[in-house]
Design a protein around this ligand. Sequence first.
Ligand SMILES: [Zn+2]
Ligand SMILES: [Zn+2]
Length: 304
Amino acid sequence: MDSTINKMFFDHITNMEKYCGYEKDVIGGGRYVAAEGFGHELFNFQNDDSKCYGYTAPWCKINLKKISKDEISKDVLGEYLDDVLVIFTCEGKNGKRVIAGFYQNARVYANPVNDGRSSRIYNGEFIPYNLICDADNAILISQNDRDFEIPHTNSKKNSGHGQSNIWYADKNIDSTIRNEALQYVGNILKSNISDEYKYSLHNENKTYIIVSTQQIKRSREARNECIKLKGCYCNICGFDFQKTYGDLGKDYIEVHHITSIGELTTSKGYEGTDPAKDLIPLCSNCHSMIHRKNPPYKPNEITI
Ligand SMILES: [Zn+2]
Ligand SMILES: [Zn+2]
């Protein structure tokens, strides 16, 4: 991950599958969830007009000064910081804390925001939020693949997530865990999944669910194989980034999944990807056009 990332914190939330509204069987979440049957994080990965509005437990209280020494900004909604990486953790299958997903470049308010947004009314109640993130910067890991553990500690002497739902990981002792988590997040962002999710996300009006680390590795290999087979230029219009942009465009191309990403994120996953049949290198224009319907057009349906 970009080593300039210095604004981040961990937020422990209920383990839900999609965070796009009420779900029947959720894991963890504490007393409130046990009593009410849902937590306020239920919309954290809902695509709400291309944004995600997130809740940090409990009650959206964040100490911005612990995230950054930067000057704190203020608008009508309150005090905030921009460009924060928010890593969500939840209780995993074995009872340990695991990373559930993250917001990249989020705006974080110190206190709950109430803008009366109707999309956040649930059960007659406004669900508060304090995080705002572009939907395509909100990445949720599929529930079965949440396996990156974040240690939990009750001792000040050890590093790890403590009793609070918020962990700033701002002490020297925390740097190892912090860096490992950043690396995990960075590997997800570097994978070619990012090409696909930025296009498929808005059309499907949902947040993109990624697959396991192993599948990310496999998808990167498949991507490289596809470019080797089909060339580093757009296989629809012939655009070559290097020819137009010189060195800046060298090795740049987007890789589209002819087999829809939805089909790939099932149990079969990227393991089943055939770079010759399932993938195609495209320029950003052709890639946008091909995603103008869902499921996407087939490459031979696009004429220029
Ligand atoms: Zn093209
Ligand atoms: Zn695509």
